[in-house]
Design a protein around this ligand. Structure first.
Ligand code: DGI
Ligand code: FE
Ligand code: FE
Length: 200
């Protein structure tokens, strides 16, 4: 387990202070998921030349808002004048897109690469920086994830981060459609941007 010493003042405090803030927001099971995502993100970051401190912080905060009540998200969508279309979705979409706004204001993290990694960690996006790709994939393949295909997802991602993104985009869209769930437009855009590109 890697415990980074933060040096870049991206979060105004120590890693332990960030852990304390996050553990106040999350039940233990979710908190432990977040720790595993951080570790997986550090591994993917090292392999893909991504800044380790940003990978650690983004991994730790990516689900910061996951256990907030719907009213908090609805209030934030209105207060910060986010796209009103968001009101048609729910926690699955809000905890990333709206969660980033709460992280900015409550944790004083202003690094846009980190905030975008949080915003896009559930749906992906057409363009994703290497850090955004690392967080999107770390969340999907952290060691406790157990779904049919996770072993292949880990193999593909170890070989090529972008191919991992394509794998997840395809399988998530498939899952949503098979279960009759609403597809957030960005999830479809992610599929179109990434999946055909990786077919050979
Ligand atoms: O927060 P986590 O559980 O760690 O993981 P996540 O943020 O990737 O959320 C995964 C869930 O989000 C999974 O159940 C599928 C769902 N999801 C992803 N894209 C969409 C979506 N749900 C809806 N309704 N629409 C989407 O486009
Ligand atoms: Fe999440
Ligand atoms: Fe997560």
């Amino acid at each position: 387990m890697t415990e980074l010493t933060y040096q870049a003042n991206i979060f105004p405090g120590t890693r332990q202070e960030l852990l304390d803030r996050i553990s106040q927001q999350l039940r233990p099971k979710r908190f432990h998921h977040v720790l595993r995502v951080e570790q997986t993100a550090l591994e993917l970051a090292a392999k893909n030349d991504v800044d380790l401190e940003r990978a650690s912080i983004a991994g730790l905060v990516h689900d910061y808002a996951k256990q907030r009540p719907d009213e908090d998200f609805i209030a934030a969508i209105k207060a910060y004048q986010l796209n009103p279309e968001l009101l048609h979705y729910g926690n699955a979409i809000w905890h990333g897109v709206v969660g980033a706004e709460l992280i900015k204001r409550e944790l004083h993290i202003y690094d846009e690469d980190i905030l975008n990694a949080v915003r896009h960690h559930t749906t992906g996006d057409v363009y994703m920086t290497p850090l955004e790709q690392v967080i999107y994939m770390a969340d999907y393949i952290e060691p406790a994830r157990d779904f049919p295909g996770v072993a292949e997802a880990r193999q593909v991602t170890a070989k090529d981060l972008g191919a991992g993104v394509a794998f997840q985009a395809q399988h998530t869209l498939q899952y949503l459609i098979e279960n009759g769930l609403p597809v957030y437009p960005k999830s479809l855009a992610t599929y179109n941007a990434w999946v055909p590109r990786y077919q050979n």
